[in-house]
Design a protein around this ligand. Structure first.
Ligand SMILES: *Cc1c(COP(=O)(O)O)cnc(C)c1O
Length: 219
């Protein structure tokens, strides 16, 4: 199937309240343009410099989401244009994002990454640390960013019950944190292999790569 056929199929499947992020990492601009011409306007990348290069080339009404782990020294390259940073996991990183957003006279929306998978390799905070950060004076002082929700990745497994339990856990954390943080509106969970389970469990933003663009040769 072509990129536009894949997108059409996905858009039919997804409920109206769920935002589709087309994860285009490693893919050439020609593939992104195929998605763009089929109506897709929101793209996700996991490497800042690759995203910046694509931002330069693509039409300017595209929204760019940084879905990967962020190195502080590279925040400056995306601060002029990034729409949402999905994987924030420390106050130190927030301070850097705030500084670069201020330089660009912008406010940047961010999500906190919560660790729900059992694998050691997945980044993220626990609920207590996230709650502490959100309640801190230091976070409140950051005028050029907003934490608008949470992001998480389930364990890479065939066990659907386990994936479902992990997403349920994240939804509960989201609901609890939202009580004190009414600006929360995004729960980013679900990828090509598990977006259906994620949506059943309350996701309103899915990050889908290979189901749109085909398999990647590397990450
Ligand atoms: C690559 C990636 C995705 C998309 O993965 P697919 O399995 O190709 O849909 C989603 N989220 C993150 C954080 C990623 O790095």
């Amino acid at each position: 199937m072509t990129v536009s056929e894949n997108l059409k199929k996905l858009n039919k499947e997804l409920p109206n309240n769920v935002t589709l992020i087309a994860v285009s990492k490693t893919k050439p601009v020609s593939d992104l343009m195929e998605a763009y011409n089929a109506g897709q306007r929101t793209f996700g990348e996991n490497k800042i410099q690759e995203m910046e290069a694509k931002w330069q080339e693509m039409p300017k009404d595209v929204e760019w989401h940084m879905i990967g782990h962020v190195q502080r020294n590279k925040v400056k390259y995306m601060a002029p244009f990034v729409s949402l940073i999905h994987a924030v996991d420390s106050l130190k990183l927030l301070k850097e994002i705030n500084k670069e957003a201020e330089k660009n006279k912008r406010s940047i929306d961010c999500l906190l990454q919560i660790k729900i998978a059992e694998e050691d390799s997945k980044f993220g905070m626990n609920e207590a640390d996230a709650a502490k950060l959100l309640a801190s004076e230091e976070y409140r002082k950051l005028q050029n960013l907003n934490i608008v929700g949470l992001m998480g990745m389930a364990t890479f497994t065939e066990d659907k019950k386990q994936i479902s339990e992990e997403f349920q856990k994240l939804k509960k954390i989201y609901d609890r944190l939202k009580i004190l943080n009414p600006e929360f509106r995004i729960l980013s969970m679900g990828m090509s292999g598990d977006y259906k389970i994620a949506i059943e469990n309350g996701s309103n933003m899915v990050r889908v790569g290979s189901a749109i663009f085909g398999e990647r040769n590397y990450n």
